[in-house]
Write a protein that binds this ligand. Structure first.
Ligand code: FAD
Length: 287
């Protein structure tokens, strides 16, 4: 089933994310996590893609497993380090595995890469255009950044590039994590003001360790509200307390979004069924 159809039916959706194993030997652990999360019946599950190769070959296998577990699967696909031939090969593999949904991304630019577009895909919109040209039946989503993408000069410029993705065939967006919902509301308003009307799924990251908070800020550059910082300062050295506090913080963010009629939430569950379950149990009766 296409995710665009799932998002159209007017109901609240909570989707979840996993990442593929780094080696063949850890497949079992990831597949087990996929099965456990799938039992919670998220609206769909996505599997990330290793931009620099490495885990790329595993994304298809894990997404196929998601479908087999009875949940609609979406495979992430990045283009910056790939030739057109590799991309087409990857899409053929996904289609052969029965995968209908792709989150089309540029990926981070590798440090040693001469970013001149020789790969054929400078931006995610180029990838989306290419996929849609040949595979019109594939449902495509894209990434967006409520606090703007770190490389973009201004928020306005960044939004114009998001519009290019929609014009190329992007049917919905999933946001980068944010820890203050007002940032999302403000972003959504600017998206609509710029003529972008596709669903914008709110990406929520449950942060359950101090180390994860540091990594999240490094990766996303997102603003850390004082309330969030105080929580990590208080519980960061107490693993059970920090885990519970992180689940509660993410749950509260979701409750507030739902209260403001935001219907689509994506939880960065990171192969952790217990965290996914903790959040869903806090939302019982609400979704
Ligand atoms: P783009 O949409 O191409 O945008 C990148 C930058 O280029 C932005 O600053 C944009 O404003 C600018 N830009 C876009 N079009 C143009 C244009 N025509 N002219 C000039 N500038 C332009 N990474 C992975 O490696 N694997 C994953 O699985 C993965 N999953 C992700 C999931 C989500 C929900 C998010 C938010 C990010 C994910 N990432 C993943 C990270 C992502 O690959 C990086 O953030 C990357 O730097 C940008 O990817 P993008 O698709 O947003 O790029």
């Amino acid at each position: 089933m296409k995710i665009s159809e799932i998002l159209k039916n007017g109901k609240v959706t909570v989707s979840m994310e996993v990442f593929p194993p780094k080696t063949d030997s850890s497949f079992d652990t990831v597949e087990k996590a996929v099965d456990e999360i799938a039992k919670l019946k998220p609206a769909f599950m996505s599997c990330t893609y290793g931009a620099g190769g490495g885990t790329s070959a595993y994304t298809t296998r894990i997404t196929k497993r998601i479908n087999e577990a009875g949940v609609v699967g979406m495979a992430h696909l990045t283009c910056i380090s790939s030739t057109e031939e590799t991309i087409i090969h990857q899409i053929e593999d996904l289609k052969a595995a029965g995968i209908e949904n792709i989150l089309a991304l540029r990926g981070d630019i590798p440090k040693d890469m001469d970013f001149d577009g020789k790969s054929g895909f400078l931006h995610a919109s180029d990838l989306i255009r290419r996929i849609k040209k040949e595979y019109e039946d594939v449902c495509i989503g894209g990434a967006c950044y409520p606090e703007k993408h770190p490389e973009a000069a201004t928020k306005e410029e960044d939004i114009l590039h998001l519009k290019e993705k929609v014009d190329a065939g992007c049917e919905f967006f999933t946001t980068q994590m944010f820890f203050d919902n007002s940032i999302y509301y403000n972003f959504l308003y600017r998206m609509r003001e710029n003529g972008i009307y596709v669903p914008v799924i709110a990406g929520i990251m449950p942060v359950t360790t101090r180390q994860q908070m540091k990594r999240s800020i490094e990766l996303s550059g997102c603003i850390i509200p004082p309330r969030f910082k105080a929580m990590v300062d208080m519980f960061g050295d107490n693993s059970a307390g920090m885990k519970q506090a992180g689940i509660i913080y993410a749950s509260e963010q979701i409750v507030e979004l739902l209260s403001n009629n935001i219907k689509h939430i994506h939880v960065y569950t990171m192969n952790k069924p217990d965290i996914a379950e903790g959040i869903l149990s806090n939302l019982k009766g609400m979704i």
